[in-house]
Design a protein around this ligand. Structure first.
Ligand SMILES: Nc1nc2c(ncn2[C@@H]2O[C@H](COP(=O)(O)OP(=O)(O)OP(=O)(O)O)[C@@H](O)[C@H]2O)c(=O)[nH]1
Ligand SMILES: [Mg+2]
Length: 300
């Protein structure tokens, strides 16, 4: 049965948000953010980031790998250390590259700790390139199962999507692009959601195990169609239409472009009549005559 998209009531009470990068990739991705952030990295990782860092010892990492997140107690110094940083935040965004040991095994622990304190826990993860080897994929698969159980939303971006879109791109460049794309989620959610809406968002995605991300920008006469087309053709946007369950559309519109939202909502319900859509709109004069749409699509 088809349902009309529901608007998140606009408000001025913005949530307090915190980004946490876990492991080398996660820290690289949060490092480009202007939002409040810190990193969690293992002792053996020699990378230096110009940010607040919590170090994990090999013993702690082994405990995270072998213990279900909800069995870890807050008596552990490292857990207390993390709690201190996330206490009183409304949304905790967790960034990690699955496949390494630190990110794959620590991110679910962090999500579990955050879920008891924050109103919303959103994980944004990338999965390894196919060529990265069996061990990486094994850690990634283990981490993803735990993370989708412990996060309210778990947005998964497959690195292979980027390889398909730009096959000649070097790993290092591809990672920098991925860092930017991952940041769309906190940037847009922080600026469009209100504190009061977070409970509704959490309920909306309750039945979804994973989410996909599509981002598009349009301008000119067909700005609305262009933006949606681009979002649906994003390299990381591969959900099967019949598996799309609960979706969130975040629109940013330039001056005087607000009238484009309604046709875009119609288009969305026509493309995926079986999904339930929530949406929010913000105006951003810097976009001028452009309109940007960010789709977070939850799947069964
Ligand atoms: N977006 C992004 N992804 C990366 C980057 N570096 C690595 N990756 C991806 O993230 C996965 C995990 O790598 P790391 O972050 O180095 O692993 P880690 O969590 O630090 O774990 P260990 O080093 O094994 O303790 C890799 O398999 C790559 O697919 C990066 O700078 N940015
Ligand atoms: Mg590492």
């Amino acid at each position: 049965m088809r349902s009309e998209p529901r608007s998140i009531p606009p408000g001025i009470d913005r949530p307090s948000s915190l980004l946490v990068g876990v492991g080398g990739a996660g820290c690289n991705a949060v490092a480009v953010s202007e939002m409040n952030h810190f990193g969690i990295i293992s002792d053996r990782d020699r990378e230096h980031h110009d940010m607040d860092i919590v170090r994990i010892t090999p013993g702690e990492l082994e405990m995270f790998r072998t213990t279900a997140p909800h069995f870890l107690t807050k008596d552990l110094p490292v857990v207390r250390n993390i709690i201190q940083r996330i206490d009183d935040k409304d949304i905790v965004f967790i960034f990690t590259g699955l496949g390494g040991e630190t990110g794959s095994h620590t991110a679910p622990v962090l999500a579990n700790i955050s879920k008891r304190r924050a109103k919303l826990v959103v994980s944004i993860v990338c999965t390894p390139f196919s060529v990265e080897g069996v061990d990486r994929h094994k850690h990634a698969a283990e981490g993803l199962i735990k993370l989708s159980l412990t996060s309210d939303l778990c947005v998964v971006l497959d690195n292979d999507g980027l390889a398909k879109a730009a096959p000649q791109m070097q790993f290092r460049k591809a990672f920098r692009v991925m860092d930017q794309v991952m940041n769309f989620v906190p940037n847009e959610m922080h600026q469009t959601l209100t504190k009061e809406s977070l409970k509704e968002i959490r309920e909306h995605f309750r039945e979804c195990s994973q989410c996909r991300l599509g981002v598009g920008i349009g301008r000119g006469v067909y700005a609305d169609r262009m933006a949606l087309q681009e979002a649906f053709e994003s390299p990381w946007f591969d959900p099967k239409l019949d598996k799309m369950l609960s979706c969130l559309a975040l629109f940013s519109v330039g001056d005087g472009q607000g009238y484009l939202v309604e046709p875009m909502l119609k288009d969305l319900s026509n493309r995926v009549p079986t999904a339930t859509w929530l949406y929010a709109v913000r105006s951003d004069p810097a976009l001028e005559d452009r309109v940007q749409v960010t789709l977070i699509v939850g799947m069964k």
